[in-house]
Design a protein around this ligand. Structure first.
Ligand code: 5HM
Length: 340
C-alpha cells in the first residue's frame, strides 16, 4: 500500500508502531546517549482525528499534559513556566531556563512574523483564495537550528501541511523524529487539536490526519513498559472505547485565552475550583473539561488533600476520568467513596 494505512484511533497506530519497532527494527541507534530501536520512514492515517486518546492501563497516559501542551501550542507560547509545570522533563530542553526553542511549535505557527501576520494566518488566507492549493505548508523545523551542535531543543516536527479538498481540511504532519512511546501520543493529540482548531477557523469540515515519521524509535529505557503495553493489548478481549467530542465551532483565540486564564489561576494555586464553580464558568462544556483536569492536577501538585475532590472527578467525561484513574489511582476516589 502506497498511502498511509488507516486506523480508527491513534491507539491502533501506536500499538502497530510499537510492535513493528520491537519485532522488526531497521536499526539499533545511539544518538545523544539514547540507545534505541528504530524504523525508518513510517506513516499512518486517522479518518477521524478526534480519536486522539489511548486507553491502555499500562501506558498511564497523562491527559492533563496533553490538554496543557495543546493549549500552550494554540496560544503560540514558548514559556517554560507553564509547560514545565506539567512536564518536568521539558525543563532539560530549555537552553536558558525561561523559554523552549524548536519544540515551541505553537510559537512558530501562530506568532506574527516580523510584526506581520503569522504563518498560520498566511496559510489560512491562501487556502481560502486558491482552490485546491498545494502550498498550505507550515514549516516548523528551521535550518538555523543546526548551527549550534549543542542545541538542546531542535524541532522534531518538520512541518504541518494543510490541504483543503471538497470542503474538508486535511492535515499531513511530517516529523523528522518521533519517540514512539514518549512523544507520539502527545504529539498526535496536540497536532490533531491544531488541525481541528484550523478547520474551525476556516469554517471547514474536519478531514483526515496523516502522520509521517522519518526516524520512529523506542528508547531502550522504555522497552519494558512497551512490552507490558503490548502484552495488555494482546490479552484484552476488546479495546476500551470512549469517543472524543467535537471542538465547539465557536472556538477562537479568545476562547483559548479564557481557558488559559483559568489554567493560570489553578497552576499558581491562587484558588481552587469546585465542580459547581467550573460548571458556572462562561466556557463551553468542552473547554470546561480542560479546566476540570487542571483543577485535579492542582490538587495533586499542591497536595492539600490526599484524594482529589470526587465531584470534580465525577464531572469529567468518562474517557478522561478513566485516564485520570489510571494515571493517578492513589488520588482518585469515586463519589461513592471507593477507590478504583
Ligand atoms: O536528538 P534529537 O533532537 O533527535 O532528540 C529528540 C527526541 O525527542 C527524539 O527522540 C524525538 O523523537 C523526541 N521528540 C518527540 O518524539 C521530541 C519532541 C520535541 O520537539 C517531540 N516529539 N515533539
Amino acid at each position: 500500500m502506497l498511502t498511509a494505512p488507516p486506523f480508527d484511533s491513534v491507539e491502533g497506530a501506536y500499538l502497530a508502531l510499537l510492535r513493528l519497532t520491537t519485532e522488526q527494527p531497521d536499526y539499533r541507534i545511539d544518538a545523544r546517549g539514547n540507545a534505541a530501536r528504530e524504523v525508518i520512514g513510517v506513516s499512518f492515517r486517522l479518518a477521524d482525528p478526534r480519536q486522539r486518546l489511548t486507553y491502555l492501563a499500562e501506558r498511564r497516559a497523562n491527559p492533563v499534559f496533553q490538554f496543557a501542551e495543546a493549549l500552550w501550542y494554540l496560544a503560540g507560547r514558548r514559556d517554560l513556566e507553564m509547560i514545565g509545570y506539567y512536564s518536568t522533563s521539558m525543563r532539560a530542553s530549555s537552553a536558558d531556563g525561561v523559554r523552549l526553542g524548536g519544540s515551541a511549535y505553537g510559537h512558530t505557527l501562530f506568532s506574527p512574523i516580523r510584526g506581520g501576520r503569522s504563518q498560520f494566518d498566511q496559510v489560512a488566507e491562501l487556502l481560502l483564495n486558491e482552490t485546491d492549493s498545494k502550498r498550505g505548508y507550515l514549516p516548523v523545523f528551521a535550518a538555523k537550528e543546526l548551527a549550534n551542535l549543542n542545541n538542546p531543543d531542535v524541532a522534531c516536527l518538520a512541518g504541518l501541511h494543510l490541504l483543503l479538498r471538497e470542503g474538508r481540511l486535511h492535515m499531513v504532519c511530517n516529523m523528522r523524529a518521533n519517540d514512539l512511546d514518549c512523544g507520539l501520543l502527545s504529539d498526535v493529540f496536540s497536532f490533531t487539536m491544531i488541525h481541528e482548531y484550523a478547520a474551525i477557523q476556516l469554517g471547514l469540515e474536519l478531514g483526515t490526519y496523516t502522520h509521517t515519521i522519518g526516524s520512529a524509535h523506542v528508547n531502550d529505557t522504555d522497552a519494558e513498559r512497551v512490552t507490558r503495553v503490548l502484552k495488555e493489548a494482546d490479552s484484552r478481549s476488546a479495546p476500551q472505547s470512549f469517543p472524543f467530542p467535537a471542538m465547539p465551532r465557536n472556538t477562537t483565540t479568545s476562547t483559548i485565552a479564557d481557558v488559559l486564564h483559568h489554567e493560570h489561576v489553578l497552576r499558581t494555586n491562587r484558588r481552587g475550583y469546585s465542580a459547581g464553580h467550573i460548571a458556572g464558568l462562561d466556557l463551553d462544556p468542552y473547554w470546561q473539561q480542560a479546566v476540570l483536569l487542571f483543577e485535579l492536577y492542582r490538587q495533586i501538585q499542591y497536595g492539600q488533600t490526599e484524594a482529589c475532590d470526587p465531584d470534580v472527578l465525577a464531572a469529567l467525561d468518562p474517557g478522561l476520568r478513566w485516564l485520570m484513574e489510571h494515571k493517578w489511582p492513589q488520588f482518585m476516589v469515586s463519589s461513592d467513596g471507593g477507590s478504583r
